[in-house]
Design a protein. Sequence first.
Length: 291
Amino acid sequence: MTSDATAQLLALITSVLYASALVSARAGLRYSTPTTVTLFSILMQNLLLWSAVYASGGVHAVPLAGILLFTVVGIFQLGVRLLAYTGVEKIGASRSSALQSISPLVSAIIAVTILGEQPSLLIVLGTVLVVGGIVLVSWKPEQQLAAFRRWHLLLPLGAAFLTGMNHPIRRYVLAMANEPLFFSALMGTVSLAGFLIYLAASPRSQKLVWDRRSFWPFIGTGLFETFSILFIITAISMGRVVVVAPIAASYPIWALIEARIFLRQMEPINLKTLLGILSVVAGNAAIHLGR
């Protein structure tokens, strides 16, 4: 299997894992807050990844510029967590996923203009099909949303822009030092420090809420998101951003399936949903053929 093919497989696994994190978070958020699930996720990331770094021989030599840039990525990742989980709480996992799906477009623009990546016509077409398909599958009319506020839409959109900027930065750093495990762990440490600062300054509405009914869903969220971060960074170290990002962004399809199974959200498979699924499948096929 070529490195490009391996990167695509890892990106696909990432999409499944991140969808699982969102659905698991949604289950726990019935009894807790986005701040609490963010803490669970960050602690799991630090515990698992630094243990893996230690088990694999410790920290290797990496350039200072890479550490500084991944520090920025860690801060952005904290923002992605807070915005994404709050978006899930406000407008639901599927709708939040739909708006976050524009992140591959942001990544592609940065990768082409700054990193000099040259996507083929099939990759461009595939990215558009993936984004369009995700919107078709996930989006629902406003009137179906309880207590909907237009500013709620800015939460997942903010997460999408931060994610879109993160991928090219990761690719740039990994070209200097191919240490995806260490950089994944470093992101966790930076996110934890940033979270503690955020927690100290956060309003009462964002306080930590400990409820044993949310414990296992949040543990699941932490596990799923930790491995999704490790897999996407590894995928970016092996393949181009314009190829990896749209495949990884296909997670709303999996979120829809998992929500039906685990959250009993039985949405009908109508023509719009079917067209959306076909669009995502066709888009991923186009990206694979055009790599």
